[in-house]
Design a protein around this ligand. Structure first.
Ligand code: UDX
Length: 462
């Protein structure tokens, strides 16, 4: 199958490389001449483990190529996939579809023969209809169908997610489009990956519904973490006890400083806008967005508390800046609001990240960056583990304790063994696990306080 992929970001690049390794002829198309020139030299625009070897191998077989020439790539393709960005619009948070529609117009100009145009970007319900209108208006003679094939890959393990997905979703109202797409994914069907075939609008909604559900799940465990700190429970054990119930599942139950990245914050907001447009309230998602935003800012208070409440003039070392490990992506990273809030409180920020410092530099002012984690921690009044990179989780605590000015460790990712941390003289603050001394409320079952709480207006309204 000849596949042209328009937009060589995370999704486009990984999809093109993987399709090529399955034997399809994939062409990655992007307007960015610098990006295409670099890719032709084997240089990737993003950091993603395993992707460079995959691309090198696929280019060598002749199945993968890169071009800036949309017209030629589209004219030759059986399937054209749109994988351009859909960033949130500044004014209302809705997904900005300008790039998607511009791609549709360009595709329309060059279609030859029967072509299936597929959205891989995360697009609001009904976007496929608009793409169909754009192409149909521009080229009433064209033989084409529009389908939706949303991608569920996670940064950092995108290649594995593409090659071994939990499921593939193919949404098309046209039978030929459905058949063509099924042929593309035949290698996965053969090894037992479920292929969910639906109408186009349903496929568009599945992507948002899945991402928003995972975001809600994270907000849920984060709120449980707060409760754990107050009642003296351990959120890791709560998550384990919950996640072993197969109806719940263990994924997305790691309490942390709030979710970030290019998807969850954007997709929850976009889904909320869609629901408002249709007059259908999605209160759970709305609350989850509010809780997550507030949480990211609140984490600064945790750091200041751990420093004894005195921030002015002190310095803190932030280890890990990206929104998750194994990526250089800083989009919506919880480290950004945390650092800004700590700076407002008067703290000096020292920072280190294994891959994200170049992107972080463009977003953060007045931060001293260090290539080495120990150097970063040197002389600091506290160390904050923000992103659980493997190399940060395996830091030598003995060495760390020798370089810091004050042995205070704030572990936002349960990266370290608390006993080890304390053995090396650190005072430890983490998420969802309060030392006995920090338990704020001790309410006995059947106590009058509990009775009063249960009969508060909030509880009664539930
Ligand atoms: C996500 C989805 O997982 C993927 O299916 C989708 O298509 C793209 O968006 P990604 O943003 O790459 O992938 O990362 P993910 O691993 O899902 O993490 C997102 C954020 O949630 C990160 O900030 C992460 O730290 C946080 N998170 C995740 C938690 O706080 N706890 C968890 O248990 C899981």
């Amino acid at each position: 199958m000849k596949i042209a992929i328009i937009g060589i970001g995370y999704v486009g690049l990984v999809s093109a490389a993987c399709f090529a390794t399955w034997g399809h002829e994939a062409v990655g198309v992007d307007k960015d001449t610098g990006k295409i020139a670099a890719l032709r030299l084997g240089r990737l625009p993003i950091y993603e483990p395993g992707l460079d070897q995959l691309i090198a191998g696929a280019v060598e077989t002749g199945n993968l190529s890169f071009t800036t020439d949309t017209a030629t790539a589209v004219a030759a393709a059986d399937i054209v996939m749109i994988a351009v960005g859909t960033p949130p619009r500044l004014r209302d948070g809705e997904a900005d579809l300008a790039f998607v529609y511009a791609a549709a117009k360009e595709i329309a100009a060059s279609i030859t023969g029967l072509t299936v145009v597929v959205t891989k970007s995360t697009v609001p319900v009904g976007t496929g209809d608009e793409i169909e209108r754009i192409i149909g208006r521009a080229r009433p003679d064209a033989r084409f169908a529009v389908a939706s094939n949303p991608e569920f890959l996670r940064e950092g393990c995108a290649v594995a997610d593409f090659q071994k997905p939990d499921r593939v979703v193919l949404g098309a109202d046209d039978r030929r489009a459905q058949e063509l797409l099924q042929a593309v994914y035949e290698p996965l069907r053969r090894v037992g990956v479920p292929i969910v075939t639906t109408r186009r609008r349903t496929a568009e909604l599945i992507k948002y519904a899945a991402n928003a559900f995972l975001a809600v799940k994270i907000s849920y465990i984060n709120e449980m973490a707060d409760l754990c700190e107050s009642v003296g429970a351990d959120v890791r054990e709560v998550a384990l006890g919950m996640g072993l119930d197969h109806r719940i599942g263990a994924g997305c139950l790691n309490a942390g400083p709030g979710y970030g990245g290019s998807c969850f914050p954007k997709d929850t907001l976009a889904l909320l806008r869609t629901s408002q447009d249709h007059g259908v309230p999605l209160r759970i998602i709305q609350e989850s967005i509010v809780a997550n935003d507030a949480r990211k800012r609140r984490m600064a208070l945790k750091v200041i508390d751990a420093l004894g409440g005195d921030a002015d003039g002190r310095s803190v070392a932030i280890l890990g800046l990206t929104f998750k490990p194994e990526t250089d992506d800083m989009r919506e990273a919880p480290s950004i609001p945390l650092i800004e809030a700590l700076q407002r409180a008067g703290l000096k920020i020292r920072a280190h990240d294994p891959q994200g410092m170049e992107n972080a530099r463009a977003l953060l002012d007045d931060v001293e960056f260090f290539d080495d984690a120990y150097e970063c921690a040197s002389g600091a009044d506290g160390v904050v583990l923000m992103t659980d990179w493997a190399c940060l989780k395996s830091l030598d605590l003995e060495r760390l304790s020798r370089v810091v000015r004050k042995p205070t460790l704030i572990d936002f990712r349960h990266a370290f063994d608390p006993a080890e941390v304390r053995k090396h003289g650190f005072a430890l603050t983490s998420i969802g696990v309060a030392p006995d001394t920090q338990i704020k409320t001790t309410i006995r079952p059947h106590s009058p306080v509990l009775h009063a709480l249960r009969h508060s207006p909030v509880m009664e309204s539930n």
